[in-house]
Design a protein around this ligand. Sequence first.
Ligand code: NAP
Length: 460
Amino acid sequence: MFIEKETNIDRPAEEVFQYVKDFSQIYEWDNQVVEAQRLDLAPIKEGSKFKIVYSFMGVTQDLIYNIETIGSSADHHYLQLSARAKMFSATDRIEVHSVTEDSCRLVYSADIKFTISQTEPFVRVYMERVGNVLMKRLRIALEKANECEPPQKYLNPLSVPFWFTRKGWNQRRKGFKATLSCPRKILITGPTSGLGRSITTTLAAKGCSFVLVARSSSKIEQLKADLYNLGFEGTLKSYVCDMADLKTVVATCNKIIDDDQVPDVLINNAAALYAKPLEIDGIERTTVVDLIAPWLIAQKLSPQMLAGSCIINVTSGGMYAAGLDITELKRARKPFSGSRAYALAKRGLDVMSWGLNEKLKEAGIRVHSMHPGWADTPGVVDSLPGFHKVTKRWLRNPFQGSDTIVWLAMNNPEQGGEFWLDRVRQSRYLMPAGGRSMPDDYLRLSNFLGQFSGPVASHC
Ligand SMILES: NC(=O)c1ccc[n+]([C@@H]2O[C@H](COP(=O)([O-])OP(=O)(O)OC[C@H]3O[C@@H](n4cnc5c(N)ncnc54)[C@H](OP(=O)(O)O)[C@@H]3O)[C@@H](O)[C@H]2O)c1
């Protein structure tokens, strides 16, 4: 069965080809694709492989697509990929022709051979429809106007089990816009596990370079070896730093500046939810690791960051359960609840994101706050075993949980200071604001955080 579809796109052919040749972006424009990842990290060429999780007539299956041919001339680019599954094999060809300097024509064809050829007439009608939707989605994904939906007024608690799980991601995915790869220098904390590892691998496939900050030197060496084994050709710098030790956090930032490793994108990802309380210099450890350390890193590095850079703070939907409470941030309530201490610290991190964004606006640096929904990571298994056991079937995988972080890192949307989930701005509270104000909260928080700053930059 041979299907061919085409569409015009108002972008230069080169730009469109750069996007579509990274077949791992297909989940942004093919509604049938539930997940897509690169299996190697070298620049895309003949032999590059992609794992595509495809939902075909309601049945989900993994396909490994392999680039057979790829090439470009002045006004024509082409790519041919093949895949083999139990019930069919497919050869897909994408051609992009220049029309004007700023527009092109994309032709997509698929040659599908079924093991049981009698099924073909039934499938053809379905595939023709899929092909039409595919071209429409691709055109929309690549539209230049990247308008964001306005944030909701508040979060309906009854909708949480839908939006925070993989169901929510799958729903929102159908409206995703193109993530155009823009190789940047990324500093990420906690890259050795869960979301951090997924973010690092996905951004490595997009040609980014890295400053990795982790507490375990053996894990960081293993991560580096894994990336290089997958063909990564960029630069990787690493620093060992425990976020619970604020002196080391400051020393690490100073070293990063001395080594000329200040990033374009700072991702404050490392965090933990502890079962037991512990005070570090009179402050609850959760507050130190999940709030003060990321604040210090932003504080130290942002004066060195260039206009166009951004900071991404990974907060949590757990913060919906807490308002800003400085007394409790300092000393945990008794009896200790790890979830409560975590929710408070993440609330603080979100308030900090809003306030820092206001401060850094003039310097052209944006600060984004986001939460990943509920994702199946070692962190969740270890800190919330009961929750993990009950919700495992519905949890997002790390790729889905980290998608918005990757998107923020590549797109740096112009709405800084917002709180995101699945590329959509969110309400920060369960209920309408009622007397709260972000400027007031930020003032109270910065008075508290200020005591940990030491000498800091003028614009913070
Ligand atoms: N997964 C979810 O459903 C979920 C939901 C909401 C928010 N989040 C947030 O997403 C981020 C990533 O979490 P995850 O689920 O991927 O958890 P994870 O698998 O436990 O990964 C956390 C990372 O942070 C590092 N880390 C923890 N404590 C540290 C410390 N004291 N110093 C330096 N590094 C430290 C860990 O290092 P090691 O590898 O050495 O342990 C690990 O690399 C966190 O900010 C978390 O709060 C996750």
